[in-house]
Design a protein. Structure first.
Length: 249
């Protein structure tokens, strides 16, 4: 039987009601990445998200990003490198403190939004970020885009890495994600998303946005929690993977 990890970015709202919505997704995934005050998240959402994840029995990680709540961390910031590293350190430590109070052990780190994309496209930035993790949070795995810069840097510093794939994004011929601005880069039909998930899980060929066949496997699939239909998609994905003999774990 094949197995696959499904991860979802959660705790990105502001209220207990937002966390209740997130909690309805948790039974259908195996890992969540909790916003820790940079692009989103506050003391209430961090505490409730940790409690809900503990109750659901799923893995919990930190989801730091550019400290830019106004743009939800989706805009690249030209911060001095040391200021950026200090912010990431503070974000992860903040979630760790909440986790300790809730009796939860963090397992991983996944960068958010523009910082995720910037790190995967910039070897120097990726190296600095992974070096910080190696020094400050060596027990945390790095959840990073398969075949890109963060994975390479994690290997350099001998840190465990979870290779991430995307169900709703087309890949370029070089195995990198096609930019969202490119026509067809976002997959909107669930059946097409499922086809890509099955291929990434099984290591089977699938079509790039340039209609070439790609073949690689991943450890974890991203399900976007900020999609208004995230709960519906999570339920459908769980059902279809079970029918295909694939266990989410």
């Amino acid at each position: 039987m094949h197995t696959i990890d499904i991860n979802c970015d959660l705790g990105e709202g502001e209220t207990a009601q937002d966390c209740a919505r997130d909690a309805r997704i948790m039974p259908f995934i195996s890992r969540c990445n909790i916003a820790c005050g940079g692009h989103a998240g506050n003391a209430t959402t961090m505490a409730l998200s940790l409690q809900n994840a503990r109750a659901a029995g799923i893995a919990v990680g930190a989801h730091p990003g550019y400290p830019d709540r106004e743009n939800f961390g989706r805009v690249s910031l030209a911060l001095p490198r040391q200021a950026l590293l200090a912010s990431l350190r503070e974000q992860v430590q903040t979630l760790q403190k909440h986790a300790a109070r809730e009796g939860v052990t963090l397992t991983h780190i996944k960068l958010h939004g523009a910082l995720y994309n910037d790190a995967e496209a910039n070897d120097g930035l990726a190296d600095d970020l992974v070096q910080l993790i190696a020094q400050e949070f060596p027990d945390l795995k790095i959840l990073a885009l398969a075949n890109a810069a963060m994975e390479k840097a994690a290997q350099k510093y001998r840190l465990p890495v979870l290779r991430e794939g995307f169900m709703d994004r087309r890949y370029q011929n070089d195995h990198q994600l096609a930019p969202r601005a490119v026509a067809g880069a976002v997959i909107r039909e669930f059946d097409q998303c499922l086809t890509q998930v099955l291929a990434l899980t099984r290591g089977e060929p699938f079509a790039s946005i340039g209609d070439e066949l790609l073949k690689f496997s991943v450890d974890s699939i991203c399900l976007h929690g900020d999609n208004p239909q995230a709960e519906v998609i999570a339920r459908k994905l769980h059902t279809e993977l079970s029918r295909a003999g694939i266990r989410i774990c």
